[in-house]
Design a protein around this ligand. Sequence first.
Ligand code: PLP
Length: 347
Amino acid sequence: MAGSRFRRPSLGPDFGYAPGEQPPHGDGWVKLNTNESPLPPSPAVAGAVAGSAATLHRYPSPDGEPLRSALARYHGVDPQQVMVGNGADEVLDCCIRAFCEPGSRLVLSRPTYAVLPILGRIFGSEVVELPVEEDGTLPAALGTTAGALRVAVNPNAPTGVWTPPDALEELLAGASGVTVIDEAYSDFAPASCLPLLGRHDDWLVVRTFSKAHALAGLRVGYAVGDARLIADLGAVKDSYPVDRCALAGAMAALADEAHHRAIVTLVRGERDRVSARLVGSGWSVLPSQANFVLARPPDGAAAEAAARLRRERILVRHFGDGPHADRLRITIGSAADNDRLLAALAV
Ligand SMILES: Cc1ncc(COP(=O)(O)O)c(C=O)c1O
């Protein structure tokens, strides 16, 4: 719906993020369109969430404790270096609110995580989008273009292309303003930028429980960085951003390292299998270190392929406009889900 006559004119009638389709549960859908985990969360999560219900008459910790301290221990940093939010989306929004004035520059690659330019425009930032190279690598201008805030998504979305931490450090050397490295998918990649944080008091690494901890439905994300930057995020965050159920569930997921590793191992193995099968049938697949692949069918008719799959109750993501309109972004599912996809594509 176009909205009312009261909407801020600068937004326009078509403004907003278009999320992937969420079909009703239990209807035999294969859901490979929103980069969720192929496995459910750790079995310990349900009990932890249920156990927190008895204290819901109390507000949660405004700082997301005890999760904040648990994450600090997990990453070997001080609790003051961690900010916990209602999904990485809220953390990214806080970065814009804390470091951009309306009108100042938010520097992004194009494509990148589609929520980012939207958050920037809501805030009134000047959003600068710098095209990635032909092979999906991040452009050098991402480091050299002046801005109050820049975001490097690594592995990038929706390409899956990953930049090794030392190469990213080189690309971002001397960048102005604050640099956010969005590592939503880094658990599926060979390495993280977190060990480099000690050298960069102007970097924040943003992470989420939605992917490799299988908690997309619970909404927990966080930032790690210099304590002063984290204090800036704290200054603009919601009063109680993460509810008690979410804090308890994330604590349980974080404690179950074996389950987390199982998700990562499954996704990496299936990612290689799915990629090889697609390539073997003439698809072109960008090398992905994430839990999805961006793949072009041999005839480039990606929209038609997505529609055909949907008729078989298999959901993948097609981005209708932009440079990747001839590609599908396919989340790596369970072996059985991937088999259904590969059979439907006859690859
Ligand atoms: C690159 C990237 N960053 C952040 C997010 C948001 O994560 P969350 O579910 O924690 O809000 C996503 C979600 O898909 C993403 O792809």
